[in-house]
Design a protein around this ligand. Structure first.
Ligand code: PMP
Length: 352
C-alpha cells in the first residue's frame, strides 16, 4: 500500500527528489556519500552558491537582501530576531494564532514587545495596526496550527519580519522594502535542520553584544553562512527540491497547485451538509494547512484511525488547537489528495 502523509510538521518530498538524494547518500560526484560532505570543500561552496542563486531567481530576491543558511529551526529565530534587530527599541507582533504567539512570547524575553491583536474582520488589514516607532513588525504569514493565512504579504511602514516556515515557496512574495523573512525548510522545501533567513542589508549590524556570534546575522552574512558548520545535508536536499520546483514551473506553479488542491479539499468540506466543518472563514483559509472538525467530534479518533489504516497519516490537528488538519505542501502528490477525498466521502457516508 502506498502511504501518504498529510503531517503539518514535515512535508513529503517528491519521488524524483527522494531518488536523487538516495543516490547521493551512496555517492555524490565521486566524492563519497553526501552525508559526509565537508562544509569547507569547494564542492559544498558551489552547491550552496547554486542554492542561493536559484532561490534568488525563484523568489525574485533583490540584491540588497542577504540569504543566510542557519540552524536551530524557526524557533531559534524567535529569539534571534529581537537579539539582532531590536537594538533597545520596541517590536510589534501581530497575533494571528499559535505560532505568532510563540514568536511573541520568546521575543518578550529580550525586549519590549507590542501585541497587535487581530479580530476576524480586520485580519490582514495592516492599516489598522499601530506600528509607530517600532524596530520591526512581525507576522506569521501562514499559521500552521490554526489554518489561517495572509492572502498577501502585509505592507507596513516599518520593516516587516515574516515567519514563512509553512509557506515559503508555495506562493510568490514581494521583497521591495526593508524586511526579513525566515523559514525552516522541513515543510514545503526540504528536510529539517536548515532555516533560511532572507534579510535586507540595512537591518544588519545592530545585534545585541551578547548575541552568539554564530547567530549574528551580520557575522554569518560576512562569512557566507560558514562561520561554523552549516546543515550541509539539508542544503543538499534544498538544492534538489529547488531544481524540482524550477522544472515544474517555479513558484507560480507551486501557488497554482496549492490553490487547486486546497480548493478541492475546502469544497469537499463545504459541500458535506455540515458533516465536516472548516475551522476558518473563507477569506483567511490557508492554502497549505486546512483545519476542520467533524459535526460529531467524538468521531475524530475513528476518522484518524481509519484513515491511518488506509495509509493516510498525519491528519490530527495541532495538540493545542484540536480537530483535524490536512497539510498540502509542495511535495504532496495530487494522488494523495484524490485518495483522501475518496476516504472522506466514504467516511461521511458510513457515519453521516
Ligand atoms: N513557525 C511556524 C509557522 C511553524 O509552523 C513552525 C513549526 N511547525 C515553527 C515556527 C517552529 O519550527 P521549528 O520546529 O523548526 O523550530
Amino acid at each position: 500500500m502506498l502511504g501518504y502523509s498529510f503531517s503539518a510538521a514535515a512535508g513529503p518530498l517528491p519521488r524524483d527528489v527522494v531518488a536523487e538524494v538516495s543516490d547521493a547518500c551512496r555517492d555524490w560526484r565521486g566524492l563519497g556519500s553526501v552525508l559526509a560532505l565537508s562544509f569547507v570543500a569547494e564542492d559544498y561552496r558551489e552547491l550552496q552558491q547554486g542554492v542561493e542563486t536559484r532561490l534568488r531567481r525563484l523568489l525574485a530576491i533583490p540584491k540588497q537582501f542577504k540569504v543566510l543558511f542557519m540552524a536551530g529551526g524557526a524557533s531559534a529565530q524567535f529569539a534571534l530576531l529581537p537579539l539582532n534587530l531590536l537594538a533597545g527599541r520596541e517590536a510589534a507582533y501581530v497575533d494571528t494564532g499559535h505560532w505568532s504567539r510563540r514568536a511573541l512570547a520568546e521575543a518578550s524575553r529580550y525586549g519590549k514587545v507590542r501585541c497587535i491583536a487581530m479580530s476576524d474582520e480586520r485580519f490582514g488589514d495592516p492599516d489598522a495596526w499601530d506600528v509607530e516607532g517600532v524596530a520591526y513588525c512581525h507576522v506569521t504569514s501562514n499559521e500552521t496550527a490554526d489554518g489561517w493565512q495572509f492572502e498577501a504579504m502585509p505592507v507596513v511602514s516599518v520593516p516587516l519580519a515574516a515567519d514563512m516556515t509553512s509557506d515559503l515557496l508555495t506562493r510568490p512574495m514581494a521583497l521591495d522594502r526593508p524586511a526579513l523573512v525566515y523559514a525552516g525548510t522541513q515543510k514545503a522545501i526540504g528536510v529539517p535542520g536548515l532555516t533560511l533567513v532572507i534579510v535586507h542589508e540595512s537591518l544588519l549590524g545592530q545585534a545585541h553584544p551578547a548575541t552568539p556570534r554564530v547567530m549574528n546575522y551580520g557575522a554569518q552574512a560576512a562569512a557566507q553562512s560558514r562561520l561554523n558548520t552549516p546543515p550541509v545535508f539539508a542544503v543538499f536536499v534544498l538544492d534538489a527540491m529547488l531544481r524540482w520546483v524550477e522544472q515544474r514551473g517555479g513558484v507560480a506553479a507551486m501557488a497554482a497547485a496549492a490553490q487547486r488542491r486546497s480548493s478541492e479539499l475546502y469544497a469537499a468540506l463545504d459541500c458535506s451538509d455540515g458533516f465536516y466543518r472548516a475551522s476558518v472563514a473563507r477569506a483567511q483559509r490557508s492554502r497549505v494547512n486546512a483545519c476542520f472538525q467533524l459535526h460529531d467530534p467524538a468521531l475524530s479518533d475513528a476518522f484518524v484511525a481509519q484513515a491511518r489504516a488506509r495509509g493516510l497519516s498525519g491528519l490530527q490537528g495541532h495538540p493545542q488547537v484540536g480537530g483535524l488538519r490536512v497539510s498540502l505542501y509542495n511535495g504532496t502528490p495530487d494522488a494523495a489528495v484524490a485518495t483522501l477525498l475518496d476516504f472522506m466521502d466514504e467516511f461521511r457516508r458510513a457515519h453521516g
